[in-house]
Design a protein around this ligand. Structure first.
Ligand code: FMN
Length: 152
């Protein structure tokens, strides 16, 4: 296994994207950051980080992993994808807010790849936020596979 795809997800969209990458990248393995085997991480030549974005923030378990391992990550080939439904400048803001200058410089690709609203899985407050802020009243999936597969 040469490429380790480390992801954090709440309702499964980021996991779905990570598994699509795993299918397409030879000698790769996708793993939830909560279940990571540190030896797999140390041995991998290339790391792909993936997280969903909520209220502008990546998932805290991935943020914690990145903070703890930033020096190691900076010594490996690195790509990053974010799942989220925001467009344009909000995507840039989320990238800037969540990753250091060094990480941004070092990663060969940092792509926002779209995501999904799965309202049936959301709690009341999340549904309300989606309705009020994003004006979405139905579940929908908008994964940008072209952007995702740029990481292959
Ligand atoms: C309460 C809530 C807040 C969200 N906030 C953002 C956001 O700030 N930026 C964004 O791009 N997407 C946002 N989204 C969309 C999610 O990132 C999107 O649904 C994503 O696909 C979730 O992936 P996951 O199932 O892997 O957690 C939000 C969704 C919910 C339900």
């Amino acid at each position: 296994m040469k490429t380790l795809i480390i992801y954090a997800t709440k309702y499964g969209t980021t996991e779905k994207c990570a598994l699509k990458l795993e299918e397409r990248i030879v000698e790769s393995k996708a793993i939830n950051v909560n279940e990571i085997d540190i030896n797999d991480f140390l041995k991998a030549d290339r790391i792909i980080l993936g997280s969903s974005v909520y209220a502008g923030q990546i998932r805290k378990e991935l943020k914690k992993f990145v903070t703890k391992n930033e020096n190691r990550l900076l010594k490996k080939k690195l790509s990053i994808f974010l799942c989220g439904m925001q467009k344009g400048i909000e995507q840039e803001k989320a990238i800037n807010l969540n990753f250091s200058e060094e990480m941004k410089q070092h990663a060969n690709v940092i792509n926002y790849v779209g995501g999904a609203y799965q309202l049936e899985k959301c709690n009341f407050l999340e549904r309300l936020a989606v309705k009020v802020i994003a004006k979405a009243t139905e579940s929908k999936e908008e994964i940008d596979y072209d952007k995702l597969y740029e990481l292959v």
